[in-house]
Design a protein around this ligand. Structure first.
Ligand code: MRU
Length: 367
């Protein structure tokens, strides 16, 4: 399979040709079953985001944008006031699905801005509906370009590490891959771009943290990279320390769900532990951050809302029988915050930013 065919096969989200539904790959079934499902109602789209059928910060944003466009096109209101009221209610409904990834709110706000601007300009409801489709397409297409740019910068870092005859050891956590975006992923983009530049899959050896409790690293990242022909190893999260100590890891790339103005970064639970280990072992730790994930309105990581999820994901979900006593209390945050001073650099589509991040973001034109 060519890399392009592979990207097509695992495309996280698109709009159906009839523009009446979303077409997603159900990520909860991977890697065993590759099944695309059609989401036609607001409840189905909300449930798919909540249950991680579609997941990863940029893919959630793209899904919400297409969801707004598809459903707004079916509103029956015949004046702008009634249309906009329904639009805002839908926006708030989608915004209640997951709290941490800022891309969701960013995409919803872009759709809202598009709708209001068109309303102020006196456009007809049919024109507004068409403009909403175009805005959702733009959000999706921009995400492809953003991941590509992040990949080119990350590939530059990989080139600097290339040693004769030895694969570069890369560690990643969770899935910030194709499945989490509109095409290249963010943390995986440097690897896919390396393939485009003629590198062999065996020039890199990617170690995927399994990523408890929902196993995005084992189920999704290793599936993706393995399918793309990149040498891939899966290890449990608590094995990363030994791996780093062994000298096998040259560089770490992770994604992010929300970056605060000072560079503190929320990403999948366990990421901050990886960063602390990386600092201890002197391994460069890079966050791959589309500017849509940088939230300058949140001054520091302590103010990032952290999603708490159901206890069953820890005690039961992957086991034949329950693996903790009935009734025991469970701590299940979906994300943690990595302090900015543990991050070697933040790869944005506008350039590589380093601490102090506030100044670096401003210099890169990230507002
Ligand atoms: O709970 P998830 O699977 O949506 O969490 C995803 C992550 O933490 C990713 O690393 C992040 O969204 C970046 S995706 C490019």
């Amino acid at each position: 399979m060519s890399t392009e065919q592979f990207f097509e096969q695992v495309l996280s989200v698109r709009m159906t040709e009839d523009r009446k539904a979303l077409d997603i790959i159900d990520q909860t079934l991977l890697p065993g079953t590759i099944r695309r499902i059609r989401l036609e109602t607001k409840e189905a789209i909300w449930e798919a985001i909540k249950k991680l059928r579609v997941r990863g910060a940029p893919a959630i944003g793209v899904s919400a944008a297409y969801g707004m466009a598809v459903l707004a096109a079916q509103f029956t209101a015949d004046d702008y006031g009634a249309f906009y009221k329904e639009f805002v209610a839908l926006k708030e409904y989608f915004a209640s699905s997951r709290p941490t990834a800022v891309n969701l709110f960013w995409a919803l706000n872009r759709m809202d801005d598009c709708c209001r601007k068109a309303g102020e300009e006196g456009k007809s409801l049919d024109e507004i509906k068409e403009l909403l489709f175009r805005e959702a397409d733009a959000i999706c297409e921009e995400d492809v370009q953003i991941s590509r740019s992040i990949g080119e910068i990350g590939f530059g870092l990989l080139k600097d590490l290339k040693k004769d005859g030895k694969p570069i050891g890369i560690l990643t956590h969770c899935n910030a891959g194709t499945l989490a975006t509109a095409k290249y992923g963010t943390a995986t983009a440097p690897m896919y771009i390396a393939l485009e530049h003629g590198w062999k899959g065996s020039d890199m050896h990617v170690y995927c943290d399994e990523t408890r409790p929902l196993l995005q690293g084992a189920r999704l990242t290793s599936f993706e990279l393995n399918s793309a022909g990149i040498t891939t190893t899966v290890q449990c999260d608590n094995m990363a320390s030994l791996l780093m100590r062994s000298g096998k890891i040259d560089i770490i790339f992770v994604g992010c769900d929300r970056v605060a103005a000072n560079g503190d970064t929320a990403n999948k639970i366990g990421t901050s532990g990886v960063a602390i280990l990386a600092k201890h072992y002197g391994i460069p730790f890079y966050v791959c951050a589309p500017s849509s994930t940088i939230d300058l309105k949140t001054p520091h990581g302590g103010q990032i809302p952290i999603e708490m999820r159901e206890p069953d994901e820890v005690t039961q979900m992957w086991y034949k029988e329950r693996m903790a006593p009935e009734g025991v209390d469970v701590f299940n945050p979906a994300f943690d915050v990595t302090d900015h001073n543990l991050i070697t650099g933040m790869i944005t589509e506008k350039g590589l930013c380093t601490d102090p991040y506030g100044e670096a973001f401003a210099r890169a034109g990230i507002q």
